[in-house]
Design a protein around this ligand. Structure first.
Ligand SMILES: Cc1ncc(C[n+]2csc(CCOP(=O)(O)OP(=O)(O)O)c2C)c(N)n1
Ligand code: SF4
Ligand SMILES: [Mg+2]
Length: 352
């Protein structure tokens, strides 16, 4: 076994680190137990890289999820971070509680199309209307992978299971829904598109409100056959991309040459810059109605439309709206969070 010789009087090169001085190993998680080739594994890798490249301190991240193959994935990256794997479809309430208790944490919700759009739809819609600072990812394969591949509510009309069963209900478009409800960064990507997904994830980390990313993520075991509209083949053949996305983090002082007629520059909450080079002339990601119309057209044409559909980096977040004190509630002493004994005694006396 050979090691690289080190010149006397010099030190061996240390591992490569990110801008807060951590090696990528500090961002690793447990070994995946998902099927080889599952789209969800690729999303976990992109998440790990994005957190590393953005220099997110592992202890500042809280990973929240529900139930499903997708909801298991937070175990496969960033073991040093906080995590809570909750009840099926109920992750939004956990996330809301955690962020209100400590708004200095960076919240990452990882869910599936079943977890979010079937059993969890009630929780999802209320989360989207609050602009809670959270990165919310739907790993969307159109089926309940964990329970052997039944259709979920994002499955397309006419899509066929391996057993021959045809879906006879129209899908719910999570992106159109999130925009209509008030989410302030809404995008769709594909687990197989490394470049696009990485840029979107970094922009979501830099955004101070609700980022909702629907990532089409094929289930190789139950929904990757001919007749499925969430297979690798179908997505590659029907992908329609809205913009080329470039992300410049706030800590990199890089000047980017772009033609302002064809590229929109968005300054994110933390000062990072997102460049969206339009591949569709008329598309304006600050126009909600236009975004919903384009999504509806894409659906009618059978396109898998990807890109940043809507962005509003200046809307007040739930934390702003509640006027929370800067110090996290979870770290305030009892003397500041509990009424003193005399006040409680007076309340009790009134009730007697
Ligand atoms: C209350 C409740 N109902 C039903 C189930 C069964 N169940 C487990 S995972 C799941 C669906 C998961 O689908 P999805 O969120 O799309 O995740 P995937 O496995 O496809 O990644 C269901 C219905 C459960 N665990 N709890
Ligand atoms: S069953 Fe499908 S969703 Fe679950 S791990 Fe396997 S490929 Fe992924
Ligand atoms: Mg699913």
């Amino acid at each position: 076994m050979g090691t690289t010789p080190v010149e006397p009087g010099t030190t061996a090169p240390g591992p490569k680190t990110n801008h807060i001085g951590l090696p990528v190993l500090d961002y690793k998680g447990g070994k995946t137990t998902l099927c080889a080739g599952c789209g969800h594994n690729a999303i976990s890798e992109r998440l790990l890289e994005a957190m590393y490249e953005m220099g997110v301190e592992p202890e500042r991240l809280i990973k929240l999820s529900g139930i499903g193959c997708s909801s298991k994935t937070p175990a496969y990256f960033m073991s040093r971070s906080h995590a809570f794997n909750g009840v099926h479809g109920r992750m939004p309430s956990l996330a809301t509680g955690a962020v209100l208790a400590n708004h200095k944490l960076l919240a990452l919700g990882v869910s599936g199309d079943g977890d979010t759009v079937s059993i969890g739809i009630g929780q999802f819609v209320h989360l989207m209307r609050r602009n809670l600072p959270i990165i919310y990812i739907i790993e969307d394969n159109g089926v309940y992978g964990l329970t052997k591949g039944q259709f979920s509510a994002t499955a397309d009309l006419g899509s066929r299971l391996k057993t021959g069963v045809v879906n006879d209900l129209p899908p719910i478009d999570t992106c159109a829904l999130a925009i209509q409800l008030g989410a302030t960064f809404v995008a769709r990507s594909f687990s197989g598109d490394k470049r696009q997904l990485s840029a979107m994830l970094k922009a979501a980390i830099a955004h101070g409100g609700t980022s909702m990313l629907d990532v089409v993520s094929p289930c190789v075991t139950f929904n990757d056959h001919e007749g499925s509209t969430k297979s690798y083949k179908y997505v590659k053949e029907h992908d329609q991309t809205l913009q080329e996305i470039n992300f410049v983090p706030h800590f990199e002082d890089i000047a980017v040459d772009y033609d302002s007629g064809s590229t929109l520059e968005v300054t994110m909450h933390d000062g990072s810059r997102l460049h969206l080079r339009k591949l569709e002339e008329d598309y304006d990601p600050t126009n909600k109605i236009g975004a919903i119309t384009r999504l509806t057209e894409a659906h009618d044409k059978g396109e898998v439309l990807t890109g940043v559909f809507y962005v509003n980096p200046t809307a007040p977040s739930f934390i702003d709206m509640l006027n929370l004190v800067d110090q996290p509630l979870a770290t305030l002493p009892d003397s500041m969070t509990r009424p003193p004994k005399e006040v409680l005694d007076a309340v009790m006396a009134e009730l007697q």
